[in-house]
Design a protein. Structure first.
Lengths: 289, 306
């Protein structure tokens, strides 16, 4: 999908949602930026975006969300607001095919961004050209102490799945749990499960247990597929001593594990095993508050 | 409910935020100022402005306070010409950020030629971007510095109703009000204003275009100065509507001209804000009107700030 097609799609949503005079302003800015404007033009367009357009939810329909997925696999703008879409149009419009210039301009914007802009710019990661140039920036976002900024990278965003190496991926998943965020909205959790993450998560569970703090049932999702002997013992502990939701999660995790010890453990809890095999409740339901 | 229109929250602790929220402070404004020692290059200025538009705004939201800021080159650092020029270059990039309610705090420290130059440039910037101005009046030679700040603002054709003159005292208030500017008072122990004096000011001048703030920062200062002063006024039999003007309505009206601060921000925040910034607000969660007939929670019996 080309840059121009993404701009068109985003613009359609902005124009549909914007008041008439604001829609004209938006189109003028986008046109100006596409035909090669100055950095100052870009800063002003980004600065005035909220003042002109507000920040109401885009409220995309199922068809529009499907169009987004078709245009860019994994793209999930279901909770985007109008200013976010408009600002990303402005940024995409400045690309003239010079990768270094695009990256430098984007980096400059990140450096002087306020919170709303940071969330927007990180949400835009899957849309930017030259995706491999933005990895360090994306990792910076995943290190943020501001949870909504962390989540702009980690949640409903295909970029980490596609671009993060194993270390970056594992730390993003662990951090999500550490800051009390959800795992379910992270794309690619099952596909990118790995033994090293399994070990990190079990260690984290032990830390939490030692401090008598609760362990998120979601943690076990990334443990199951690669569970070793010690991890299966941890899951046995959850099955024996956990609450109802924890036990459902442990059964789901064990279902994803091919080790004979996992099968044996499941055989001891036939009702939970049956429900887990049927995916009821699945990880989405277990992630709900 | 209180608005504290002058707070340097980056120097304050989470205890302060909790006590402010408990005492009924719903919004605070963080003016860009110096850090107690001079910055030596523009990079640290950029990070500072990003911090007050970013992490501090987020941090305040975690305690149920809405956080706004002003951006500007302060008078002390205006004396470093190389730094000052570089800061003037980057200011337009910050002035239109969400929650930036004024250009400030700007004005004079020692009333040097460089301070004058950058004060004037920033008045022009405020005019160009239709933003209010927060003027820091000097600690030394205060009265002359205050008069000069106002004269220069008028010379640059600023509407005085868009300009807040801050850190007033008994010697400056009459001139400020007579010229049509907002007169803010920082209730700051030992150096600026005590709150018993503030009560007398309100008794003398009323509430028209007058408000108070804490100016709490890295020095000995009190983040509860506004709620404490409100309580002191209450005990001095000052009418509730007057108290409300001095501690809530007036700062909101002055900085509200920016379009960037509105009481709906805390009474009825848009869902996008609730998702990203704003947590644990007692007004929101309780839904009930705050009680104003008792000492606000978090304000102890020692109300006096000298």
């Amino acid at each position: 999908m080309t840059n121009a097609a993404l701009i068109d799609l985003l613009s359609t949503w902005v124009i549909r949602k914007a008041p008439t005079d604001a829609a004209c302003w938006f189109e003028q800015q986008a046109t100006k930026l596409r035909s090669g404007a100055t950095d100052k033009d870009l800063y002003l367009a980004l600065g005035y975006a909220i003042r002109r357009l507000g920040k109401s939810d885009l409220g995309l329909s199922p068809d529009e969300l499907a169009a987004a997925r078709t245009a860019r696999p994994g793209w999930d703008p279901g909770d985007w607001s109008i200013d976010q879409a408009a600002r990303l149009v402005f940024i995409l419009a400045t690309d003239d095919g010079d990768a270094a210039r695009f990256k430098a301009r984007l980096e400059q914007l990140f450096r002087t961004a306020d919170i709303g802009e940071l969330i927007t710019f990180y949400r835009g990661l899957p849309l930017y050209p030259y995706p491999e140039l933005h990895i360090a920036r994306a990792r910076e976002g995943a290190r943020s102490a501001m949870q909504p900024i962390f989540e702009a990278v980690a949640h409903r965003n295909p970029y980490p799945l596609e671009q993060f190496d194993e270390n970056a991926w594992n730390h993003m998943v662990l951090k999500a749990l550490f800051v009390g965020s959800k795992l379910h909205p992270v794309q690619g959790l099952d596909a990118r499960a790995n033994p090293s993450l399994m070990r990190m998560l079990c260690d984290y569970a032990h830390e939490r247990w030692a401090a008598s703090r609760p362990v998120s049932p979601e943690l076990w999702r990334c443990v199951g597929p690669h569970a070793d002997h010690a991890a299966i013992e941890d899951l046995a502990r959850v099955l024996a001593a956990g609450g109802a939701v924890d036990r459902q999660a442990a059964a789901l995790a064990l279902t994803a594990c091919s080790a004979p010890a996992a099968r044996e453990l499941l055989a001891r809890v036939p009702e939970l095993a049956r429900a887990a095999a049927a995916g009821s409740p699945g990880w989405a339901a277990l992630a709900a508050p | 409910m209180f608005v504290d229109s002058h707070t340097h929250m980056i120097s304050r602790t989470t205890d302060d935020y909790e006590r402010m929220a408990a005492a009924g402070v719903v919004a605070c404004i963080e003016p860009a100022f110096w850090l107690g020692q001079p910055r030596t290059h523009v990079g640290t200025y950029i990070d500072y402005l990003s911090m007050i538009c970013g992490f501090e705004r987020f941090r305040a939201g975690q305690f149920g306070l809405r956080h706004y800021c002003t951006v500007g080159l302060n008078s002390k650092e205006a004396n470093n010409e190389e730094l000052a020029d570089a800061v003037m270059e980057i200011l337009p990039r910050y002035a239109l950020k969400e929650g930036v309610v004024a250009i400030g705090e700007i004005g004079y420290d020692e009333q040097t030629a460089l301070e004058d130059k950058y004060y004037r440039l920033q008045l022009e910037l405020a005019k160009e971007l239709a933003l209010p101005v927060m003027v820091h009046t000097p600690h030394r030679d205060k009265r002359q510095g205050t008069l000069r700040s106002m004269a220069v603002a008028l010379e640059h054709k600023l509407d005085p109703s868009w300009v807040v003159i801050d850190h007033n005292n008994e010697e400056t208030v009459r001139d400020v009000l007579d010229r049509g500017f907002w007169a803010a008072f920082s209730i700051y122990p030992f150096t600026k204003m005590g709150n018993e004096r503030m009560v007398d000011i309100v008794k003398t001048y009323g509430a028209e275009r007058i408000f108070c703030d804490s100016a709490c920062d890295w020095g000995v200062s009190d983040p509860l100065a506004v709620p404490k002063t409100a309580e002191l006024m209450r005990r001095a039999q000052i009418a509730e509507d007057v108290i409300r003007k001095v501690t809530y309505d007036n700062p909101l009206a002055a900085y509200g001209k920016s379009g960037q601060i509105n009481e709906q921000d805390w009474l009825n925040p848009p869902s996008i804000d609730q998702r990203t910034l704003y947590m644990g607000n007692s007004v929101l969660r309780g839904g009930q009107a705050p009680r104003i007939d008792e000492v606000p929670r978090g304000v102890d019996d020692n109300l006096h700030i000298a």
